[in-house]
Unconditional design. Sequence first.
Length: 335
Amino acid sequence: MGAPAGGSAAEAAAVAGSYSRFAEFEALGRSELYVELARGVAGDPELCALLAALQPAKRQPNLLFGAFRHLCGTPGGYAEFRAGFLDRRTDVVALMLARRTQTNEPARCAVLLPLLARLPQPLALIEVGAAAGLCLLPDRYAYDYGGCLVGESELRFACRANELTPVPGALPRIVWRAGLDLEPLDLHDAGAVAWLESLVWPGEGNRLEQLRAAISIARRDAPRVERGDLRHDLPALAEQAPPGATLVVFHTAVLAYVADAADRAAFARTVRALGARWVANEGAEVLTGGVPVPDEPWPHGRCLLRLDGEPVAWTDPHGTALDWLDSATALALSA
């Protein structure tokens, strides 16, 4: 298909704003290159207009930059990116339309682990928006919470945790696990793995090496990820969970892609109707309707970890930091 002709001025301005926010609140301090690229796009009326012609879900910085790097390699700066994008924009846009930002960051298990370990054991896990299912394996990784080591594995995630965090003494016991995703990724498919690697931001230390190590672990006994929509297909999957295990439905940075607030609210009602424990690690603004949130100001660029709708901790989106809330202590201890 041809490249987009361009969106309206108002939509282009919205694109500029979203890329500027991405640079300042998500990429800053993580990836110098993505800060430069996002700021460059935000100040580039031509590129903003081209991106504005796409549906909102396809305008995301992560998707654009991942698609570009997948096809063209990592650029040296904005000038190289801009020239390469304009030269191959039909191909880049086609890939953006065909793919999703399925950033399967296994280090997110580090911010979920203290909560999972407090729940009644054993556990049956369902992850919605699971991609390849790497976050369904929290018991196969090891963790370092500021010198407090948990688990044994060839892959260890370091996570800064505040003093309130109930760092577990052992890994949770998981007896069943399954995922749900619109387009599950097969870890034995070289193209799918290459796409996951393209979504790792440049300049973020050992994230790529950790991803590859997690893929190696998962390939030995890959978790089952079913094709389905969290809005409709969760109950049927939950019925397969074994009796006697605590059913846990969890997700990280997924509900923002469910554009309709009514659909997000319906999903929350579905989880509660299942009688499952609900672990949500999302932007604080994503689940505000009828769901408690801490008093503002909310820390920029952080996710809010919730248990059954109640705030538990502020977390780093890529799993490197966990700040337990004072109000969450009793909740965690009584879980």
